[in-house]
Design a protein around this ligand. Sequence first.
Ligand SMILES: N[C@@H](CCC(=O)N[C@@H](CS)C(=O)NCC(=O)O)C(=O)O
Length: 224
Amino acid sequence: MLFSEATGSGEEAVNNKMKLYSYWISSCSYRVRIALHLKGLNYEYKAVDLSKGEQYEPEFLKLSPTGYVPALVDGDIVVADSFAILMYLEEKYPQHPLLPHDIQKRAINYQAANIVASSIQPNQLFILRHIEGKLPLLKDVIEKGFTALEKLLKGCAGRYATGDEIFLADLFLAPQIHAAITRFKIDMTKFPLLARLNEAYKENPAFQDTLPENQPDVPSQVQY
Ligand SMILES: N[C@@H](CCC(=O)N[C@@H](CS)C(=O)NCC(=O)O)C(=O)O
């Protein structure tokens, strides 16, 4: 079998379970893991080892045409791309809504999510390899995005990004802040609001159980 499985339950139960194709350190996968946890959805963890190139296997490309994780299989439905998966989960499983009712807050959630996904993140391996050794450049991009997020969220943050409940923005922020600290050694004292949100994430199991280092495919020696 190509992708390693992380559940030991009976075969029938496993077959009926949603499957999440994920990689431990992938922040796009981490977002989806948080949503599944918040919505109380059980899933089978299918590890796609990006370091071994498993994302290029034809079997995986059938699920994710770009060859990127995450991908979700829910019965007959296959969805790839974290944003699409989150929207799918939101519509199919409305428990613990990922978007607030208030239209302005909804818009801020979309904006914060997209700042992370489009303005900060170059997660594709070919880009990362291309700019290897240019850590200061990556740090600048992250810090520019974080500066924008601090401004955006200043008026509306509560315990979480847009109030006292966890919404979409938090699902994008927590993995990005985690990566900024562990992989890019960003000094978070420059971003007090984001640092405070990160403290709240640290106290919440939806963010902790789904951390990269708590995934079944984490290597024995964690190296960020
Ligand atoms: N827009 C996609 C981006 C997914 C993405 O960049 N995934 C990265 C890991 S976070 C990946 O699979 N990289 C594998 C590669 O570049 O070969 C999403 O949000 O899911």
